[in-house]
Design a protein around this ligand. Sequence first.
Ligand SMILES: [Zn+2]
Length: 138
Amino acid sequence: MSPRTKPRQRRSPSEESRRRRAARQKVRTDAQRFWAKVQVPPEGDDVSCWPWTAAVNAKGYGVFFFGSRLDGSRRTVLAHRFAWELVNGPLPDGIVLLHSCDTPACVRHGIPGTQADNVADMIAKGRNVLPPGRRVAA
Ligand SMILES: [Zn+2]
């Protein structure tokens, strides 16, 4: 074995695996990145919430970033909305997702409704906070 080929053979496998790892990370889809941040319960559990384990906003709703800053495609979406649209397709304009489980970080229990439904639901559950004498226009 010549002195020139020996170091090359030692170095080559790790460079190759680094390249492969980089290639894998590049082709990971937004959906794959998304589901990696959801704590999905064991198979057979059809009831429990699916908590979002990454960033949340001030109200406790999961937020998910996708796209690239480089090409201007960077977007921030609510995690439960992203999950619903992954499974069911785009939500129409003006439709919000209500949480049937009242757990903001849950990405499983979203139910489409209007903002009026959302307000009515909040009032029914005693979660509206309004100044005295004010009523919510539904
Ligand atoms: Zn839930």
